[in-house]
Write a protein that binds this ligand. Structure first.
Ligand code: CAO
Length: 425
């Protein structure tokens, strides 16, 4: 049995944020029924296509382990089908633009009327307030949630990160809200609304920067390199390059081959408890007792010089050699791994963090499997559904439609052309 076996999810999500949430729930064993508009489906099916006419990697990598039903929910017959799905599902997840679900005729009041046990989970760009009606995408959330203002170098513009903290990050927050609401329902018997705003999710992930904002009121942030450089602080947390966020000075340093390999770098942390070992490794044993270097406070104004000295050593080794040497001394470090290196890393394949999936029209491709491992509920990654692949199956098996019912719904245009009929033509 899978952890969420028996839980039915009405997946009314699209693009990235919502689909990442329902994909996680599917990996935990929920039956996820993805509702898509006939014809086009989730817009990402056709975005960033690398093979003509084939579902994009953008779509396939966000929609594993789901079933797809095509449904025009603005068509009266389609609306009836959606109502029936609302009645039998445990959770409905959506990330439409603000107000879209209400305009479709599915307000929270109406949904509760149809099924008081259902949990309605929504992602929006912003919570209630001045921006609540705005449409939001990933980078908008990174900018409005505090990530961009604190990412990048002090003398450069704000930067967004490649990690999709606005979309996938908020999907993760929402998934936790959903399972928590399911847990509460076991006691109350009632459903509830779960909402996660992308701005809030990003800000939650930038918690340490709000910490620093408040510390700034009491004096300069001594672990930021600008302190050692004598550059005064303004009234907002500055961008700090690759300075560590955890109070332990850290930097990204060049390794052997950096001149030609853009990823020949390592993250190096001068943690206080391992300082003496670092001095030995880099050939500076004198620093262990020199009062100018021995204590963390004495080192803060000289971090640039210290890291330059360490870099002279790291430049003589590859990033993997540096890692091996440092790990022998329990000195934490992080080689900069490229996507290519990660894709080829055997240990990630062994754990199912990177999986190879076979798809009927695309063939084999790589994806990221479930990063959350449950010992009693292992996640088997199955391919994403073709558009409307399960429409007939869901109408018949989930909703109990007869042949006549299926014909009626199909001829109304509410579900598009059924796959079995398309194949017969
Ligand atoms: N049948 C009939 N109509 C459907 C349908 C279906 N199966 N599925 C969607 N629609 C309709 C919606 O009801 C809506 O109609 P109205 O505008 O008439 O109310 C319309 O399709 C468009 O939906 P949308 O506004 O959500 O889509 P969009 O492409 O214009 O905006 C996005 C996309 C992501 C900006 C917006 O949905 C949004 O802000 N979502 C919340 C935040 C979010 O999740 N953002 C992250 C997305 S990933 O980067």
């Amino acid at each position: 049995m899978k952890a969420l076996e028996g839980v039915k999810i009405l997946d009314f999500t699209h693009v990235q944020s919502g689909p990442t949430c329902t994909q996680l729930l599917a990996w935990f064993g929920a039956d996820v029924i993805k509702v898509e508009r006939p014809g086009e489906g989730d817009i990402t099916r056709g975005q960033l296509r690398d093979i003509p006419g084939v579902d994009s990697l953008y779509f396939t990598m966000l929609n594993h382990n789901k079933r797809s039903i095509t449904l025009d929910t603005k068509n009266p017959e389609g609306k009836k089908v959606l109502e029936q799905l609302v009645k039998i599902c445990d959770v409905m997840v959506e990330n439409f633009a603000p107000g879209a679900l209400d305009r479709m005729g599915f307000s929270w009041a109406r949904i509760q009327e149809l099924n008081p046990r259902i949990i309605l989970a929504s992602i929006k760009g912003f919570g209630p307030g001045p921006y609540e009606d705005c449409k939001v995408y990933e980078n908008v959330a990174q900018c409005t949630g505090g990530a961009a203002s604190t990412t990048g170098f002090r003398d450069g513009p704000p930067l967004v990160t490649g990690a999709q903290i606005g979309d996938s990050g908020t999907g993760l927050h929402l998934a936790l809200g959903i399972v928590t609401a399911l847990f509460q329902r076991t006691n109350t018997g009632r459903g509830q609304r779960v909402t996660a705003a992308m701005q809030d999710g990003v800000l939650n992930l930038c918690r340490v920067k709000l910490r620093d904002q408040q510390r700034l009121a009491r004096g300069p942030l001594t672990e930021y390199s600008q302190y050692g450089e004598g550059v005064p602080f303004g009234d907002a947390v500055p961008r700090a390059g690759n300075d560590s966020g955890g109070g332990q000075p850290g930097r990204i340093l060049k390794c052997k081959g950096w001149e030609t390999d853009p990823n020949a770098y390592i993250y190096f942390i001068t943690q206080a408890p391992v300082w003496e070992k670092i001095c030995d490794v880099i050939g500076k044993p004198g620093w262990k007792t020199d009062p100018e270097y021995a204590k963390p406070a004495a080192r803060l104004p000289k971090l640039n010089h210290i890291f330059e000295t360490i870099e002279e050593w790291t430049k003589t080794k590859t990033k993997f050699e540096v890692m091996e040497i440092l790990n022998n001394y329990d000195i934490p470090c992080g080689p900069i791994l490229s996507m290519k290196e990660l894709a080829e890393e055997p240990s990630l394949r062994d754990t199912g963090t990177i999986v190879e999936v076979d798809h009927p029209t695309r063939g084999k491709y790589l994806s990221v499997g479930n990063p959350i491992k449950l010992s009693d509920s292992p996640a088997d990654v199955t391919r994403s559904p073709l558009l409307g692949e399960h429409t007939e199956e869901i109408l018949r098996q989930v909703l109990g439609y007869s042949d006549a019912d299926v014909r009626r719904v199909e001829s109304s245009g509410a579900v598009g052309q059924l796959a079995s009929h398309a194949a017969a033509q």
